[in-house]
Design a binder for this molecule. Structure first.
Ligand SMILES: Cc1cc2nc3c(=O)[nH]c(=O)nc-3n(C[C@H](O)[C@H](O)[C@H](O)COP(=O)(O)OP(=O)(O)OC[C@H]3O[C@@H](n4cnc5c(N)ncnc54)[C@H](O)[C@@H]3O)c2cc1C
Ligand SMILES: Cc1ncc(C[n+]2csc(CCOP(=O)(O)OP(=O)(O)O)c2C)c(N)n1
Ligand SMILES: [Mg+2]
Length: 568
């Protein structure tokens, strides 16, 4: 039976197991929206295509499944660009479907024509321009396979309007994907595993660096068993923070620019580094020429292009982190790491309960301390999914909260996209309806996609939104304070009344200016059935410490000059 390209599109999505897509209609994608009415796929109408892309991203990060976003040609498609780049940087599996002008008009500057495959070439894993209905199923099946296989990432399928309108028979079997096989995880040879085991066995001060790839590989359980069996402490990148239980005695905490001093120091003093699914981002290494110079380095990494890109390693295990760990496990034996673990415990001192050491919790000026707000949130909702925006509040969240399960921290790490959190949280809630979901955003970032509050209400989602409102672009202000003579250039922001803004959209709005109020409104937000936005009015002068100054060594951290001397 012949079907239109538009009908084939939705049937392919259904066969791929897609339950929900996030999108926004327009001229060149109208045939697809016409056919959508007969599809079982749920469509979430957003208020901006950027929001739709981040929702698909949040959906994917919370579930491990491929997120799907739909947009029209021209401005619809260009509005996806930031969302695609965000997903690309953090290895998130997405399929973006865009309408395109009819094939006969391509290249003519037709109404709402943009060369979307050209624009998105560097920010997608692959992309397709479909000009005939017969090309649709092969392109879509391959797009899903590519997005999810090997190192995940976004794939875009641009569909000319005439290909949506014309008809053909759907040949599902004939559209079986093959190209993704080149991206599948290579099998690590046994000799290399044996080499790794010998290196590990010879070490006395080993450390595991757990990254996002641990979660992507579903390797958290294997990591826990391996670390426990061998007695190796585990440090985490921002995107790896939820890959290992933070309350575990072997957990060393957050590494890198705003990580804890003992974690960074441990990396510098280690004699062996086992880096798992992390890509040595510059926020993680500090000065690369002085990074962990005493350590033998093993890198378990699925993407060969990441090996020896930033840090030269002694042994690369090019493959899947879970596969590698599960194959290492049977031969792993307890190492004599007792003295090393004792040394690390002593370095942590009394602050070891948190990922990092943000001293002091509150400046002594009577203002509500942002760190106290993050602590109060975490104390009341330790098992929630935390979806953070970008800036100081993002770093305090990472320092303070202690995740116990994978996929409970969703944040834009590599691109650092302000405006990410609210839409990503909507996607996360749709992926995990049973989970408690919180947004933690700055006053700047929440205004970058605040229109999605309406999507949240229209979809009837219970998500709470914490705005850490310091009345400023805090992270930029902090860099101006510390590294640009405290000259404050374009960082003070006039904000809307966030409580009334929330209420205009149909959420409950509350404000907290003291810790008592903060604790009470968090309690209220958690017990009310409807979504709530809380405006936490916090100290505008607080900075995130410790911090590695630009260009400095990993363990050459700057501490809060006003803080009491910590156990560094
Ligand atoms: C304001 C700000 C401050 C920041 N400060 C810090 C900081 O102090 N510390 C910090 O850590 N980060 C910080 N970041 C985040 C940082 O920029 C990076 O995003 C982060 O360090 C990347 O972590 P990652 O390498 O674990 O994850 P990714 O960048 O997602 O890399 C994952 C790696 O795992 C690989 N992989 C994927 N799947 C598998 C698999 N199945 N098996 C094996 N490998 C796999 C991928 O190929 C990739 O190389 C900050 C970000 C912002 C916005
Ligand atoms: C889209 C985008 N534009 C600019 C930046 C640069 N930037 C990084 S943090 C930051 C300030 C964020 O301010 P706010 O959302 O209020 O959070 P705070 O740092 O105050 O917690 C800016 C402007 C960015 N990361 N993303
Ligand atoms: Mg702010």
């Amino acid at each position: 039976m012949e079907q239109t390209g538009a009908q084939i599109l939705w049937e392919c999505l259904e066969r791929e197991g897609v339950e929900v897509v996030f999108g926004y209609p327009g001229g060149a994608i109208l045939p697809a929206y016409h056919a959508l009415v007969h599809s079982k796929v749920r469509h979430v109408l957003t208020r901006h295509e950027q929001g739709a892309a981040h929702m698909a991203d949040g959906y994917a990060r919370a579930s491990g499944r491929v997120g799907v976003v739909v947009a029209t040609s021209g401005p619809g498609a260009t509005n996806l660009v930031t969302g695609l780049a965000t997903a690309m940087m953090d290895s998130v599996p997405l399929v973006a479907i865009t309408g395109q002008v009819s094939s006969g008009l391509l290249g003519s500057d037709a109404f709402q024509e943009v060369d979307v495959t050209g624009v998105t070439l560097p920010i997608t894993k692959h992309n397709y321009l479909v000009q005939r209905p017969e090309q649709l199923a092969p392109a879509l099946r391959e797009a899903f396979a590519l997005a999810a296989s090997g190192r995940p990432g976004p794939v875009l399928v641009d569909i000319a309007k005439d290909a949506q309108l014309a008809s053909c028979e759907l040949d599902w079997e004939g559209a079986r994907p093959t190209r993704h096989q080149r991206h599948l995880a290579p099998e690590v040879p046994q000799e290399q595993l044996d080499q790794a085991l010998a290196m590990i066995k010879a070490s006395r001060r080993p450390i595991i660096l757990a990254g996002h790839g641990v979660t992507l590989a579903g390797a958290s359980d294997a990591l826990l068993r391996f670390a426990e069996r061998a007695g190796i402490p585990v440090a985490a990148t921002l995107l790896g923070l939820d890959s290992f239980p933070a309350s575990h005695p072997l957990f060393l905490g957050f590494m890198g620019m705003h990580g804890s001093p003992w974690t960074n120091k441990a990396i510098q003093e280690a004699d062996l580094i086992l880096a798992l699914g992390m890509r040595f981002d510059d926020r993680v290494t500090g000065d690369t020429s002085k990074f962990a110079t005493h350590a033998t380095k093993i890198h378990v990494e699925i993407d060969r292009a990441e090996v020896n890109k930033i840090i030269q390693v002694d042994l690369a295990l090019n493959g899947d982190a879970r596969n590698v760990l599960e194959r290492l496990l049977p031969a792993a034996a307890p190492l004599p790491t007792g003295p090393w673990l004792e040394q690390l415990e002593a370095m942590k001192g009394p602050h070891g309960a948190e990922q990092a050491a943000p001293w002091p919790p509150t400046r002594d000026n009577g203002a509500l301390g942002p760190i106290e707000v993050l602590r109060a949130l975490f104390e009341q909702a330790p098992d929630a999914i935390w979806v953070t925006d970008v800036g100081q509040h993002q770093m305090w969240q990472a320092q303070v909260m202690r995740h116990s399960k994978p996929r409970t921290l969703i944040t834009s790490g590599g691109l650092g996209t302000m405006g990410f959190s609210l839409p990503a949280a909507i996607g996360a809630k749709l992926a995990r309806p049973e989970a408690e979901v919180w947004v933690v955003a700055g006053d700047g970032g929440i205004q970058m996609n605040s229109q999605e509050l309406m999507t949240l209400v229209q979809e009837g989602l219970k998500i709470n939104v914490a705005v850490v409102n310091n009345g400023t672009l805090g992270m930029v202000r902090q860099w101006q304070t510390l590294f640009y003579d405290d000259r404050r250039s374009e960082v003070a922001m006039a904000n809307p009344d966030f409580v009334r803004l929330a209420e205009a959209y149909g959420l409950k709005g509350r404000r907290a200016t003291t810790l008592d109020q903060a604790e009470a409104v968090i309690r209220e937000a958690r017990t009310r059935p409807e979504p709530m936005l809380i405006d936490f009015v916090v100290d505008p002068e607080a900075s995130v410490f410790p911090i590695i100054p630009p260009g400095a060594r990993l363990d050459d951290m700057m501490h809060d000059p006003s803080a009491p001397s910590p156990s560094r």
